[in-house]
Write a protein that binds this ligand. Structure first.
Ligand code: FAD
Ligand code: NAI
Length: 464
């Protein structure tokens, strides 16, 4: 058995793992990254963030050409046609360019890619398809998988997870999405724009449970106007495939009469669970928590020399969270003292309009008994949003009543995912609402709505 000595072996080549590997190499360590997939980049680049955003972008253009251009005086003569094959091929090209980019970065930084499935034989020993590699540190960055719904068996053709939902070779007549969260609303938007009737079945009595309640209500209203039907407070108890389609049995979540609905395709998007199978964690003594996540303290697992980051540990399952952890852990192993401010990690739903947030929701502040002031500004009063013809939504900033420090910010509106960066920086710098309000914002820009919301915290917006 060949043996190579590394300083760090990272298991998993997603945003957590590949970033950790590159940062560790930058810091002078000898690093390997084990990845079983044929390409690097993990869930995010291969079957997550990147392909979903490619389809969101393409479907947005299709919808714009069909419904929005005429208002701008741009007349499309004849029918606007969908070439789904080309749209999917383009998505594939976008993914390919991104995953090849990571391979290039590995070469540039002299990170060894150990191709195959990794297993921890013992602390300090990682086996990759039977070959043992010795290392001082092991980093587990094996990510997550879709949660299964009992009674609804995924075949990735008619009953799909997000993976199959990114590959449908025709637009379904009726798409039923189970789960009104990030994936359900993003992919539901893609297929609705392309012509599907979309029904979202959500167990709770609201969508995106982690989002500020007022924003979620507004979001649901806008998606409803776009044509998405919501069945809130409803659970799916079973599915059977017939010639007519997939017949789903539904029941009110609190109990009551059952009913059936028929779908051409069902997308199961009820969350993701940590992926730890096959790593030999039990035998090595790496402890899990009650939700199957690897238990960590400062990324250290219960076994010295074995660390974990990303979707496989506690915290939001987001690529940029995994990346921050990858960098911080590499620096920690190198003896530095990094710090991650988890209150300053933004979350974005890339629908149109986009929905973005950072820090606390109004509900969280109320539960914690924190006195706060809220400032809100609608995009209907923003000149740039009017010029764009995109006036749905608002910016809401929550600041500490005593100190004016920004505790949370929530945006629903055009390019909310880009606008939130300013407020994430504000939270990171412990800025006050007044700091943002007194910063000059270019005119005419969408960011002026952020400035106005900050002014509104002090009760003095100019443009409403
Ligand atoms: P992963 O990206 O899951 O990578 C883990 C890697 O480890 C995988 O490549 C896997 O093959 C490999 N692996 C597992 N076990 C082994 C083993 N034993 N040996 C070798 N290799 C192994 N997040 C965002 O921030 N923004 C978005 O827009 C966004 N969109 C998403 C859209 C979809 C449809 C999905 C499903 C997810 C999306 N996410 C998004 C979430 C994001 O993809 C994850 O949070 C992120 O990929 C987690 O990174 P990670 O490195 O922890 O794990
Ligand atoms: P999610 O946690 O965002 O949403 C799941 C939804 O399903 C919730 O609203 C939940 O109440 C509901 N649900 C749970 N069980 C149910 C049941 N039995 N019946 C009906 N509804 C049920 O999970 P999702 O959408 O699967 O995405 C997984 C994760 O991937 C996200 O939480 C996010 O971390 C990440 N992601 C991030 C994106 C982004 O950043 N733009 C995009 C896509 C995914």
């Amino acid at each position: 058995m060949a043996e190579t000595e590394f300083d760090v072996i990272v298991i998993g080549g997603g945003p957590g793992g590949y970033v950790c590997a590159i940062r560790a190499a930058q810091l002078g360590m000898k690093v390997a990254c084990v990845e079983k997939r044929a390409t690097l980049g993990g869930t995010c680049l291969n079957i997550g963030c990147i392909p979903s955003k490619a389809l969101l972008q393409s479907s947005e253009k299709y919808e714009e050409a069909r419904h929005a251009l005429a208002d701008h005086g741009v007349v499309v003569k004849g029918d606007v046609e969908l070439d789904l094959g080309r749209m999917l091929a383009r998505k594939g090209e976008v993914v390919k360019a991104n995953v090849q980019g990571i391979e290039f970065l590995f070469k540039k930084n002299k990170v060894t890619w150990l191709k195959g499935t990794g297993r921890i034989a013992a602390p300090g020993v990682v086996e990759v398809d039977g070959t043992a590699h010795r290392t001082k540190h092991i980093v587990i960055a094996t990510g997550s998988d879709s949660v299964d719904l009992p009674g609804v068996k995924v075949d990735e053709k008619r009953i799909v997870t997000s993976t199959g939902g990114l590959e449908l070779d025709q637009v379904p007549g009726h798409l039923v999405v189970i789960g009104g969260g990030y994936i359900g609303l993003e992919l539901g938007s893609v297929w609705r724009r392309l012509g599907a009737k979309v029904t979202v079945v959500e167990f709770l009595d609201r969508i995106v449970p982690t989002m500020d309640g007022e924003v979620a209500k507004h979001f649901q209203r806008i998606l409803g106007k776009q044509g998405v039907t919501f069945r809130l407070g409803t659970k799916v108890t079973g599915a059977r495939t017939t010639n007519e389609g997939v017949v789903l049995s539904l029941e009110p979540a609190k109990g009551g009469a059952a009913e059936e609905i028929t779908a051409d395709v069902v997308l199961v998007a009820i969350g993701r669970k940590p992926h730890t199978a096959g790593l030999n964690l039990d035998a090595v003594g790496v402890a899990l928590d009650e939700r199957g996540r690897i238990r960590t303290e400062g990324f250290a697992t219960s076994v010295p020399g074995i660390w974990a980051i990303g979707d496989v540990i506690v915290g939001p399952m987001l690529a940029h969270k995994a990346e921050e952890e990858g960098v911080a852990l590499a620096e920690q192993i190198a003896g530095e003292h990094p710090h991650i401010n988890y209150d300053a990690i933004p979350g974005v739903v890339y629908t149109w309009p986009e929905v973005a947030s950072v820090g606390a929701t109004e509900e969280q502040l109320k539960t914690a008994g924190v006195a706060y002031r809220s400032g809100k500004f609608p995009f209907t009063a923003n000149g740039r949003a009017r010029a764009m013809g995109e006036t749905d939504g608002f910016v809401k900033i929550l600041a500490d009543a005593a100190t004016d420090r920004i505790l949370g910010a929530h945006i629903i509106g055009p390019d909310a995912g880009t606008l939130i960066a300013e407020l994430a920086l504000a939270v990171e710098f412990s800025a006050s609402a007044e700091d943002v309000a007194r910063t000059s914002h270019a005119h005419p820009s969408l960011n002026e709505a952020v400035k106005e919301a900050a002014l509104a915290v002090a009760g003095r917006p100019i443009h409403i």
